[in-house]
Design a protein around this ligand. Structure first.
Ligand code: MG
Ligand code: MG
Length: 275
């Protein structure tokens, strides 16, 4: 006899989702501070110090620090680096770079996880388009987070949007994940997929949605430091992420920043700061 098994997926109550929004707000404010701080001449280790101060100042803990031995409080991935870049005193930002900053925090036992890609000074049109396509593909994926939808609908929406915008590489080796009392929980969320396939999404699930968009091919490799993921062809990459709760009213963006307000309203998602 075969027994059908589903991965164990944590389902949250409304009160727990409120706690996750509190954790997500710490991440959101830290990313706001980092975005405002980014400028040519600073190092990625400078950004790490700002992030750690911001997270701990809010009474939270940086979840990345020590995660499987990761040395930083944030991941800082510059230009051809896709994700998991290690903050370093030797990594100096230059005018025209793009930097992906991934940030996680634990508050009261609940996790938030979010990422943005930021231009260092002025970047060219190709970089801007890559960032816009990546961020919009994330919103397309988030829009699928409704009870009754399927896991495959998320990846289908992300991949479909990216393909519709031209020749971008959609990284397949990494993806989103469940989030709650741990940063990485079931299920794994692919950034590609088939509509109507996979587990059913239910109210109370919380998922981190995080597409990575390359200017060249989708192929990536890991550096010898055991962390940093780079594009195989050396072309640039972008990464955006939000943690989101599935509610009866629609996707509740737990790591929403003030600058996301208009987008969230335009999509008809619930206001993450309603009481
Ligand atoms: Mg992240
Ligand atoms: Mg994540």
């Amino acid at each position: 006899m075969f027994r059908r098994t589903e991965p164990q997926i944590q389902v949250k109550t409304a009160a727990e989702i409120a706690k996750m929004r509190a954790a997500g707000r710490v991440v959101a404010r830290t990313l706001d501070e980092l975005r405002a701080s980014v400028r040519p001449g600073m190092t990625t280790l400078d950004l790490d110090a700002i992030a750690e101060r911001s997270i701990r100042g809010a009474g939270a803990v940086p979840s990345f620090k020590g995660y499987h031995g990761f040395p930083g409080s944030i991941c800082t991935s510059v230009n051809e680096e896709v994700v998991h870049g290690i903050p370093k005193a030797s990594k100096v930002l230059r005018e025209g770079d793009v930097i992906s900053i991934d940030c996680g925090a634990i508050l009261d036992g609940w996790h938030g996880d979010s990422a943005i890609t930021v231009a260092v000074g002025e970047v060219n049109g190709d970089d801007r388009r890559m960032m816009e396509v990546c961020e919009e593909s994330m919103w397309r994926g988030i829009a699928e987070l409704r009870p009754g939808k399927r896991l495959g609908d998320i990846g289908h929406a992300i991949d479909g949007y990216m393909r519709s915008r031209g020749r971008f590489g959609n990284v397949q080796e990494y993806g989103g994940h469940g989030i709650g009392t741990e940063m990485h929980m079931e299920p794994h969320v692919l950034n590609y997929g088939r509509r109507g396939k996979g587990i059913e999404l239910v109210e109370g699930m919380c998922l981190a949605i995080e597409p990575m968009t390359n200017q060249g091919t989708r192929h990536v490799r890991q550096l010898d430091d055991g962390w940093t993921v780079v594009t195989q062809d050396g072309r640039r990459s972008a990464h955006f992420e939000h943690s989101v709760a599935i509610t009866a009213d629609g996707p509740l963006v737990l790591t929403a920043r003030d600058e996301n307000r208009a987008k969230i309203a335009s999509l008809g998602f619930p206001d993450p700061d309603r009481s």
